[in-house]
Write a protein that binds this ligand. Structure first.
Ligand code: ZN
Length: 242
């Protein structure tokens, strides 16, 4: 059974009534509930846990890590980012959600700022399925609607995705690449845009399906582990000199 670790900051849920009203048990609990319904083996961890919730032992026991952060990106230590990056390159899947675009780990793995345009107006979002043959699009039809969401707009400063699965349209006129898949080392990474903390997005059945599909897609490492590491190499053929 695929082992999923749901990581969140769990900060705003403790301090902000508007967030607590939507996610009384935390955003992580809502994400985890959707994944449990999809029959994954799910655990939730938080920034203020020991080792920031992401010890080597936890990561070794994780096939896919989901990441939701917003106000505390700066509190995630470089050591934590190092541990997560190592596991992704070694084949762990990583699903980066919503404001996780500005997390240290996402920027580290992509190498860009991941800056974007945004507006908090609770406007309508239509998520278009661009790559209908992609496993992450399974069962989602040609589009689905979230009645109230924060807007994220282009330009989104990320490398061109290896697979672009979703593009969102917003009532205010913007568009955004809201489902971007990447390969880094043996790991699969998926960025999925929806999920502002004051909207009940993680209870939406289409959002839950997209995240479950992404976990399923990201669970399998790409290719076999290298039998020999990089290093000094002896020649496989005679080398003519002179
Ligand atoms: Zn947001």
């Amino acid at each position: 059974m695929t082992r999923v670790t749901v990581w969140t900051e769990f900060r705003q849920e403790r301090t902000d009534d508007a967030v607590r009203a939507v996610y009384p048990n935390g955003i992580g609990a809502a994400i985890a509930a959707g994944l449990q319904d999809a029959s994954f083996d799910v655990r939730t961890v938080q920034l203020d846990d020991a080792d920031q919730g992401l010890s080597d032992e936890t990561l070794a026991d994780t096939d896919v890590l989901t990441w939701w952060g917003h106000v505390a990106h700066g509190d995630v230590t470089e050591a934590t980012v190092d541990r997560v990056q190592r596991r992704v390159l070694d084949g762990m899947g990583l699903i980066v959600l919503h404001s996780g675009h500005h997390s240290k780990i996402f920027r580290r793995l992509l190498g860009t700022t991941a800056n974007l345009a945004w507006r908090e107006a609770g406007e309508r979002e239509r998520v278009w399925v661009i790559d209908r043959a992609h496993p992450i699009a399974a069962g989602l039809g040609d589009s689905f609607v979230l009645e109230h969401e924060e807007m994220y707009g282009e330009p989104f400063d990320v490398p061109a995705p290896d697979d672009l699965v979703f593009v969102s349209w917003f009532q205010g006129g913007e568009v955004f690449r809201s489902g971007c898949a990447y390969h880094r080392g043996r790991g699969r990474i998926f960025y999925f845009r929806p999920g502002h903390e004051t909207h009940p997005t993680y209870f939406d059945p289409n959002v839950r399906r997209a995240i479950a599909n992404a976990v399923r897609w990201a669970a399998e490492p790409r290719g076999a582990a290298l039998l020999t590491g990089p290093g000094p190499a002896s020649a496989r053929e005679p080398i003519a000199t002179g």
